[in-house]
Structure formats: C-alpha cells, structure tokens
Design a protein around this ligand. Structure first.
Ligand code: ADP
Ligand code: MG
Length: 702
C-alpha cells in the first residue's frame, strides 16, 4: 500500500488540500476512499417528456433525466427577475429550462439545434414542465465514462462547497483518483477462502464500486464487502484477546464452593433464587474453578436480581481464601450495597468494608492496611477502589456493577497488577443489544438473566402533560394512603445546574405545599448535599420514614426500596431512554402494583415523543435498549464513547446484526485455525493489521 497525499490527486491544489485536511481530517487518498457517498441518484432511467406530463405531480419527486432538443434560448425579464430560458422539445411535447444565474456560462455551453441529456427536478409552471438550473450534457459527448448510472452523492460542508468541493466536485476528485491510483493504494486484506465462503467482492473492486457503481447490485455488494471487513477486523481483535485469555491466562482455581456459601445458602438467603439466577451462578462457578481467569458480562434487566448473584459469587471467592470487591458508580449506591450486604451477611464471619471518595483519611488508611493484611474480605465502593494505594492481599473476584458508567479502561484497571489476576464480573445496568455487546464486550463471555423474580408486575407507565398535575398528586395521595412511597425526579443537566437546582427547589416546595407536615414527610436528595445529609435522607426513605423522596438522578442506578411504588418523572423529555428505564426500575421491586408517570410539556420533539411512546409500550429492558440504540446511535449511548464504536465508518450496529454474526464466526474460525496468523495465505491480514495500528488502541484494554 502506498500512502498518497491528496495533493497528488487531479483537481486538488494547495487550497483544496488544506480544506480536505481541515474539514474532513483527510490527508491521504486512502482516507478519501473512506469518505463514502451517503446516497446515490439512479440515472439509469431516462424518461420521456410524455411520461413526465402524465405522471401525477406528487409522484415525480426528485431528479429525473430526459433527452431533449434545444430549440432556442432567450433572456427574459428585467433586473432581479432576469432569467435565461431555453425552450426544448421532444416529439410534440415542450418543456423549459431556466437559469436565474450563470447566464454566460450556460449560453456558452448550450446550443440551439442540439440534443442534450438533461438532469434535474421537474416542476410545473403554467402547465409547462420546467427545469430550474438543470445539469445538461450534449448527446454527442455521452460516453460510459462521464455518465455514471448511479451518481453518488457526498456530504460536503459549506467551506468545501465554496471551494468547489461540493458533491460533484468531490466525485470528480475521487473518481479520477480511483482511475489513476486505486491499484497502488488499496491492498486486499481478506484471504480468498474467506471471500469465497462469504461471497465477498474483492477489496479494490469494492472501493471502485462504492464510488462508481453501475448498478444497484454493485452498490449492494460493495457496501456489504466493506461493512463486513470493518466488522471482521474488530471481531478479530476481540477474538484474539478472548482466545489468548482462554489459553494462557491462568486464573485462581476456586476448588470449592466453600462452607461459607453453604451456610449462607441454608440460613441467610433472603428468598429462593430464580432459575436464571441459579443458572448464571452455575455458569460462572464453572468458569472460576477452571483454573483460567473468568471475564464475564452479566446482562439482566433492571430489577432482575443481579446483586444477589454477585454476592454469592463473592462468597465463593471468600470461601476460597480470597478477597472480593464490588465497584459501583455512585456513592449512594455504594452505601446502599454496603448496608444491604452487611444486613444479609449478619452472623456470618465476613469482614465487609466501604471505601468511597468521602471516606475520611484515617479510616481510609486503616482500610488500606487491612486490605493488605487480608483482614477485610469484602470491599464495596466507588472509583476509590481503583486508586493506587488500594492493594489487596489476594483479590479473587472483582465485580463491577452498572458498567455503563465506567469506561473500558477503568474495568481493566481494577484487575491488573495481580498475579494470577482476579476473576472479573461485569454487570450491565440495563441490557444492551447483542450486536452492541459483541462489539463492546466481544472479548468477554456473556451470561444473561431473562427472568424477573416471581410475583413482579410490570410497572404501569403513563405519559401525561403538565396540566395533569392535580391528577398525579391525587395518585400520589392514594399510594401514600396505602402505606407506599413515591419518588419524584427532576432532571439535572450539568450545563444548566443553576436553573436545575432552582427547578428542584421550587418543585420541592410545591410538593411540600401539597403534602404538608405533620401528615406527610417529604425528603430530598441531590448531588450538592453533603455526604451525611444525603445518606441520612436515603436512610429515612429506605426505612419508610419519608413518604416522598424528591431527587435528581443520583437515584438513577441501583437504588433499592421495594416499598416505593410510584415514580414521577418531571420534564421527562429531558431524559434519555435508558435513563428513563433505569429510573422506572426504582419501582416495581416488590409485589405491589407500581406506577411510573412521565410528565412532559406539550411541545415535544419527535424523538422525545418516541421515547415516551417506547416507555409506555414496553417494560422490557432488552427492547428499550434496542430502541435507544436506534434513536441515538451507538456513539451516543453512554459507555460506548471510549470504546471506539463511534469510529465505525460504514457498518451499522442496528441493522448489520447478520453481517456481524458472520464476521465474528469467520474471525473466531480463523483464530482457531491459525492463532498467530502465520500461514502464508493470511499474510494479507497480518499486513493490514500492522498498518492499521490505531485500530488496536481501543481493543487493547482489558
Ligand atoms: P438489579 O438486577 O437491578 O441489580 P437487584 O439485585 O437490586 O436488581 O434486585 C432487585 C430486587 O429484587 C431486590 O429487592 C432484591 O432483593 C430482589 N430479588 C432479587 N432476586 C430475587 C428473587 N429470586 N426473589 C425475590 N426477590 C428477589
Ligand atoms: Mg443493581
């Protein structure tokens, strides 16, 4: 492969070179090849004027081609309405071409008495078909070369347009480049065996046809090939990590499930486990006793009971004379897990500690020491767990809860530096679609809890406008009268913190006015409170001492108060779909009927409306996350930012599931056959990988 700077392309001078660099970040021709058309105009069809006249106006739609004789040209009108009009005929039908600008340029190129292929959007004016500013090409000059049947359309920026690099201009540069330099620039990177098996076009042809297609079929095959390749190389990287780990990575063998677990199971288990919970525990225990390191993603909807699964696995670790830790994204959650787990474990010989950012210096120091001496067996906390000073004596299992808040790098940090490395369990907050999971976590094994604990009723969800506030307050009263509790959540977006707190305060005052003391107790939590105050408020609510908790999204993940049966979300349009689902997941945790009320203003964007509809339609987190992905795209989904998926240039994680499956299968098969890619027929892959180092960066982690 030769890296050819764009300035060597025909039609690119210093000015355009600079524009390509600045506007698109493109320095070389091979990068320009990845600037794909976003659609094509089908120019294979040439209409007759007769056809256009017969077509109902709304059917004509976009640009069409016609072949017309130019009868004559005339400048009409004065000053601003001055226009160049060309009268054209075909058979006994007449049409006009009109230009409001560029008269000189056109009249130099258009001649009466000649026939032209005309391309433009037909309109009707005084019963005549008329093309404003159409493209035209003299019949005699028509050759296959200057008439691509499918004209690619590129997306230029304004600056590019001004420099003549509009869609057509770019097309000119790219098509010339392809004709002159494609062979030196692009190398095949898939062996023939794979291309044959999966019906993939060769790479050079794919780049040619995606920019210069002759048919729909060309577009399809070229696109398919390039998407496939993109997915394949991601899967190959992930597959390598996966296989290496399976093969070489020694893990701590948990030879026994331990007496500790036995005692817990018999005397402390607060409820019978669901079949899914049992199944995933078994699956993971198999991993952990295998002598290899476990690296697993546990997917399960909000409320499916992932915590108890994690706890049981941590007890197995402790029963094998190891330590375990649980890392969660927020302080509140860490505290809650800490208190819950301590309650559940009461009477068992397990030393549990809590470490967060707000742990004071002295107790912190003590925790560090007791971790190193092995006295603390189970550590629960936030990011504070990945600080340098935290050194376990023998960490056997690291659990990361609500993964989407953590970056990929952070997940790696927790488990590195130990030999042998601890087993790693990652628990997703909300499930993510399989296609995304395979791309983000393709290096992990995946376990899924599909079932919710018995007796759960789906949360009844309503979307109402703000004028329904009185009814909502009525519902809140009903729930409280039944002894239940209510959350009221206000959005909090950092950029407008002041305003948000103002809204929160106002909202709080309003609710206190509607639910006055001493009959009612209303609490409030938000991120600006001191640690103690927040903990106090949460505790009051958890113990049923407050009826209503007014909160920001600090309660979004994980918080567990089963007696809370109603979630009111203010300005719900300001939340993303996953976030709404997480918030809704705070209720419906017991066996009582629960409600989620989404309050919005009347004016909603289309997308916001679809979010509300999705929430009302389904409580299935797997479905919600698919819709979320569809609405926002993978790059926007939290947690994926750091992962590099937003760098996908052509493949689409929503629609290309089947291709992803093929590519993954091919990648894993290839690695089975030739793990270090030594075979001569795989040289093309090896070379491509070594040239494409930057792709490595994001998959290396973990
Ligand atoms: P998540 O998967 O969202 O983390 P949690 O672990 O917080 O869910 O569990 C949600 C609630 O369900 C908790 O109150 C928990 O005690 C309860 N729970 C979990 N498993 C079961 C079960 N098998 N039977 C009954 N309740 C359960
Ligand atoms: Mg949880």
């Amino acid at each position: 492969m030769k890296a050819l700077p764009v300035k060597y392309l025909k039609g690119v001078g210093p000015q355009r070179e600079e524009i390509l660099q600045k506007e698109l970040g493109i320095f070389y021709f091979h990068e320009l090849l990845f600037h794909f058309p976003f659609r094509y105009i089908n120019r294979s069809k040439i209409f007759t004027l007769e056809e256009l006249y017969r077509m109902p106006e709304d059917e004509i739609g976009s640009e069409v081609q016609v072949m017309l004789w130019v009868k004559g040209m005339e400048l009409k009108g004065e000053k601003r309405s001055k226009r160049l009009v060309a009268e054209c005929v075909e058979g006994n039908r007449k049409a006009l071409m009109v230009w409001f600008q560029g008269h000189q340029w056109v009249s130099k190129r258009l001649q009466a008495g000649k026939r032209y292929l005309i391309f433009g959007k037909p309109g009707r004016y005084q019963n005549l078909i008329q093309f404003a500013h159409p493209e035209f090409l003299e019949e005699e000059k028509l050759t296959a070369q200057n008439l691509p049947r499918f004209m690619p359309v590129y997306n230029p920026t304004e600056t590019m347009k001004r420099a003549g690099l509009d869609s057509d201009g770019l097309f000119g540069v790219i098509s010339n480049g392809i004709r002159m330099h494609l062979h030196q620039t692009v190398d095949e990177n898939l062996p023939e065996s794979i291309r044959k098996k999966y019906f993939l076009m060769n790479r050079l042809l794919a780049f040619e046809k995606i920019h210069l297609p002759d048919s729909e079929k060309d577009i399809h095959h070229a696109t398919r090939r390039l998407k496939w390749e993109e997915l394949f190389f991601i899967q190959l990287q992930l597959g390598k990590i996966l296989k290496n780990r399976k093969k070489y990575s020694v893990g701590i063998p948990f030879t026994t499930s331990g007496d500790l677990l036995k005692e817990f199971y018999e005397k402390h288990l607060p409820f019978p486990l669901t079949d899914d919970q049992k199944a995933v525990i078994r699956e993971m225990y198999e991993d952990m006793r295998s002598g290899r390191q476990m690296n697993r993603l546990l997917q399960g909807d909000v409320g499916s009971g992932k915590t108890i699964v994690a706890l049981i696995l941590m007890l197995i670790a402790i029963g094998n004379d190891c330590q375990a830790c649980l890392m969660v994204p927020t302080e509140i959650l860490a505290q809650q897990h800490y208190h819950n787990i301590r309650d559940i474990l009461k009477g068992l010989p397990v030393r549990v500690a809590l470490l967060t950012g707000s742990t004071k210096k002295q107790p912190k120091q003590k925790i560090y020491e007791e971790l190193q001496s092995g006295q603390i067996q189970l550590l629960i906390g936030t990011h504070a767990l990945i600080e340098e000073q935290v050194k376990f004596k023998k960490l056997g299992l690291a659990v990361i809860d609500e993964q989407h808040r953590f970056g990929v790098a952070q997940r790696a940090k927790l488990s590195t530096g130990y030999n042998p490395p601890p087993h790693v369990l990652i628990m997703s907050a909300t499930p993510i679609p399989r296609t995304l999971a395979l791309t983000l976590y393709g290096d992990l094994d995946v376990s899924v809890i599909r079932q919710l604990p018995a007796g759960r009723k789906p949360v009844k969800t309503f979307h109402v406008y703000e004028n329904a506030r009185l009814r909502v307050i009525g519902m809140m009263r009903e729930q409280i009268a039944k002894g239940r509790q209510v959350y009221v959540v206000f959005p909090l977006i950092q950029e407008s913190e002041k305003l948000d707190y103002h809204n929160l305060e106002k909202g709080f005052e309003g609710i206190v006015a509607d639910f006055p003391e001493p009959q009612y107790h209303v609490g409030m939590v938000h991120g600006r409170m001191s640690e103690e105050d927040r903990e106090h408020e949460m505790r009051m609510f958890a113990e049923g001492k407050t009826n209503i908790l007014v909160a920001t999204t600090v309660i979004e993940v994980g918080v567990n108060v089963p007696n809370a049966t109603m979630m009111v979300i203010e300005s719900a349009e300001r939340f993303g779909l996953s976030q709404l689902h997480q918030l809704r997941g705070r209720v419906g945790r017991g066996s009582e009927e629960s409600y989620c009320i989404l309050m919005t203003g009347h004016k909603l964007s289309r997308e916001a409306r679809r979010r509300m509809e999705a929430m009302v339609q389904t409580t299935d987190g797997f479905k919600i996350s698919e819709m979320d992905l569809e609405l926002r795209g993978p790059g926007e989904m939290s947690g994926t930012r750091q992962s590099g998926t937003e760098k996908l240039k052509i493949a689409n994680l929503i629609t290309d599931g089947p291709l992803l499956k093929e590519a993954r299968e091919a990648a894993l098969e290839l690695l089975d056959d030739d793990p270090s890619l030594e075979k001569p027929e795989h040289a093309c892959i090896r070379e491509f990988l070594s040239q494409k180092q930057e792709v490595n960066d994001w998959t290396k982690v973990g």
